[in-house]
Structure formats: structure tokens, C-alpha cells
Design a protein around this ligand. Structure first.
Ligand SMILES: Cc1ncc(COP(=O)(O)O)c(C=O)c1O
Length: 408
């Protein structure tokens, strides 16, 4: 019996029937990423090694070229990761932190950006955790906490809880001035907003491919600034990280590839390469403009429906956190109606991409209103993508966003 086939597809709703607003968790794969991974798998299956390995030999380099184009650095400063957590683990191991050195992190981060740092306490590193779910206040306190022993700061450039985007230029400037290493988890940022490491320097930046890049699972990339490279420890050494080795010694590569190890995730690399190339070809600025317009439209729809949310103006990524009494119940209520969101602590998190539709957001808001009114507002008919519900007492159908969304 093939356990991966029998019955597994029953009860699964196809994406075409979903109103998907949970890109900040795991996004559906983009068509281009899917086709690239599938082409690699077809080639590998049909033609196999060694020809296929030779043919795809430059895939990691090509991915690095596209990632470098996206964040404005040299391709030598990019390597691949299996996920964001791996990048933070590498940063926590490779930075030259000693007993008594201080690292600052935020407590309300995703565990990827907290646990690898907490482990450093075993080595006598003082890890100060700035707690609290008020992201703006926590960032302010993090800046105030910087002291003479602070050697590294690690934080997300867009917070997964509420989309808050800290003033990265301010943080970057402070870290430069004070000689503090800056590690950035940009998984909720890249593909949603522009990142330019030449304008806003950071030492290490990591990003999984499963969210706004829509590259699927188990692949991501890491930027390691050329300037920090000589200070880093050999935290991981394998055949792909060395320039040369013999039975007795090795010489590390001088590029970010020094953090590679052994056999590569080729389907993942193919998907990530294509996903990045597509974003670059469309243009990140155009994607950002569209995202900002959708963010404004989403907020207008929520206000129109009197739905309370955390608002950071334009200092907000493609995430809006909605304050509701029982987020898990709301998320289930919406999912039963084909609308996918995510409960995080005390909020319902809505996250979108530049292809998201305001019509679908209107439908979602209408269902939220219905839930908040204790189910008293009947929405007739199932959610149909691109179609608002037949009846809506709060009138989201009549809402018109002042400016049309930019087309890209
Ligand atoms: C800020 C942040 N970092 C990292 C991750 C994911 O980490 P990983 O790519 O290791 O699964 C998430 C969400 O899943 C996140 O929101």
C-alpha cells in the first residue's frame, strides 16, 4: 500500500478554491518555481547523473546572482540555506562571540531568531531578550538597551506577529558606529519590500524561500557581507566550503560559499533561482508599490467593517494583525468558508502578496464581521474567488478604493 497516495487527497481543497491570506507562514509555490523544480526532477529521473549534474552545475551560482540582484550585493556574498533557522544558527556559531559578550534579541520573534541565541548562553554569552508583543515599543527598548558589552543584535526586519518594520537604517547606523554585528532575519521582508544592503548595511541576512519568494520548502538564501567575512569562525566545513584540502589541513573559500557543506538540494535551488529571477524581472520596486497599495486597501476595508487591527502605517510589511477575542475560532470560521489566515497569540494574522485581490479581501472582511457579530449576519452562498458575498449589511461591496491598484 502506498501510504503517500491512499486517501491523502480527500478533504484537501485545491488552491483555486482557496482565498489565501497566509503567505507569512508557508505560501503556495509560484508556477515558475514549480516548473523549474519539476524540470530538474524530470531531467534527473530521465537522464540522470553525470550529465544532469554537469548541466545544472552552475545552479547555486545562478541563484546567488539573482539573490544578489534582488538585495544589491555581490553574488560572492550569497549562499543557499535549507531554511531561515539554519542561517541564524550559522550566524550564532560563526560570529566571534566570547564569554561575557552581549547579544540583544526580541522575545516575541519566531523561534528561528531566538533559540539559536539562547543556546549561546551555554558558552557564557549574555543573551538579553527584550520581551513584549508591542513590536514598536520592543524595538525602541532594544535600541535603548545597547551598551558597551553589546557585540551582536539579531532581529527580523519585518515582525511575523504584526508586520512591524523597524527602522533598519537607524539600527544599521548604530551597529556600524558601535562595532556591533547585525544579523537580520528578512523572511517576512524579502519579496514584499525592497531590501538594499548596499544602502543599509547588515553583516548577515537570512531568508527562507517558503513565504513571499514562493519557492517551496527547504530552500532559502543567506547574505554574508564581505566586510564581516574575515572575522567569522569556521563554523561549518565540508567539501563545498573549501578551496583546497588534504589529509591534514584545509583552506576555506573566501566567499559566502564557505558555509556550504555537501550534496545540494538541486530541486530547491532550481525553484529558488526561478522565483528570484521572476521577481527581478518584474521589478521589486513595482512589486513593493503594488503591495503598499494593497496594504492601504486592506486597511480601508477593515476600517469600513469596524475590524480592529494593529496599524504601523507604511512601516508595515504584507502582514496585518487583527485583534479579535478568539483568533483560533475566527481562523477556523474563515477556513470553513475557504478563507485561510493564521492565529498568532492574541491576533488573527492576515498576509498577502502583490497578486492578492481586494475583492477577496472584501469577502474575508465580510466573514470576519459576521463572526464578530456572533454569526448574526448571514452571508449567502460559498466564497467564490473574485466575487464578494451576495449580501453585506456593512457594505464592503460598496467600498471603493480611491486609486486603482498599479498594474504590473
Ligand atoms: C520571522 C520568521 N523567521 C523565520 C521563520 C521560519 O523559519 P524557517 O525558515 O527556519 O522555517 C518564520 C516563519 O515561519 C518567521 O516568521
Amino acid at each position: 500500500m502506498d501510504v503517500f497516495r491512499v486517501g491523502t487527497r480527500t478533504g484537501m481543497k485545491p488552491l483555486s478554491e482557496k482565498s489565501f491570506f497566509n503567505y507569512a507562514t508557508v505560501a503556495p509555490m509560484s508556477r515558475t518555481a514549480y516548473e523549474a523544480a519539476r524540470t530538474f526532477m524530470d531531467d534527473f529521473y530521465q537522464y540522470g547523473p553525470p550529465e544532469v549534474l554537469h548541466r545544472y552545475d552552475l545552479l547555486a551560482d545562478n541563484m546567488a546572482t539573482e539573490a544578489a540582484r534582488l538585495i544589491n550585493c555581490s553574488s560572492d556574498e550569497i549562499t543557499y540555506l535549507k531554511n531561515t533557522t539554519e542561517g541564524i544558527i550559522i550566524a550564532s556559531e560563526a560570529l566571534p562571540l566570547r564569554c561575557g559578550d552581549e547579544v540583544l534579541v526580541l522575545g516575541n520573534e519566531y523561534p528561528a531568531n531566538l533559540l539559536p541565541w539562547l543556546r549561546k548562553r551555554q558558552e557564557g554569552v549574555k543573551v538579553k531578550v527584550i520581551t513584549g508583543s508591542d513590536s514598536e515599543g520592543a524595538f525602541r527598548r532594544l535600541i535603548e538597551t545597547i551598551g558597551p558589552r553589546t557585540k551582536a543584535i539579531s532581529m527580523s526586519s519585518a515582525q511575523r506577529y504584526d508586520g512591524f518594520m523597524p527602522n533598519l537604517a537607524l539600527l544599521s547606523g548604530k551597529c556600524r558606529d558601535l562595532g556591533i554585528f547585525l544579523v537580520v532575519d528578512a523572511v517576512q521582508h524579502i519579496g514584499a519590500r525592497t531590501v538594499d544592503v548596499s544602502k543599509t548595511p547588515v553583516d548577515i541576512l537570512v531568508c527562507g524561500g517558503q513565504k513571499y519568494l514562493r519557492a517551496g520548502l527547504g530552500i532559502g538564501f543567506m547574505y554574508v557581507s564581505r566586510s564581516v567575512m574575515p572575522a567569522l569562525r569556521d563554523s561549518r566545513v565540508g567539501i563545498r566550503s573549501v578551496e583546497h584540502f588534504d589529509e591534514d589541513s584545509y583552506i576555506l573559500k573566501g566567499t559566502a560559499a564557505r558555509f556550504q557543506d555537501g550534496t545540494q538540494n538541486m530541486p530547491g535551488l532550481a525553484a529558488l533561482h526561478s522565483a528570484l529571477r521572476e521577481i527581478n524581472n518584474i521589478g521589486m520596486d513595482a512589486i513593493e508599490q503594488k503591495n503598499l497599495a494593497i496594504l492601504e486597501g486592506l486597511k480601508a476595508i477593515l476600517r469600513e467593517n469596524k475590524i480592529d487591527f494593529i496599524d504601523f502605517g507604511v512601516l508595515q510589511s504584507n502582514i496585518v494583525a487583527i485583534r479579535t477575542p478568539d483568533p483560533s475560532a475566527l481562523v477556523n470560521f474563515l477556513m470553513e468558508r475557504g478563507v485561510y489566515t493564521k492565529a498568532i497569540q492574541d491576533v488573527t494574522r492576515v498576509s498577502f502578496i502583490h497578486e492578492s485581490k481586494l475583492e477577496d479581501i472584501e469577502v474575508m472582511a465580510c466573514y470576519m464581521r459576521e463572526f464578530l457579530n456572533g454569526g448574526r449576519i448571514a452571508v449567502r452562498g460559498a466564497v467564490r474567488r473574485k466575487a464578494a458575498p451576495a449580501e453585506s449589511p456593512t457594505g464592503p461591496n460598496s467600498l471603493r478604493i480611491s486609486a486603482p491598484l498599479p498594474s504590473i
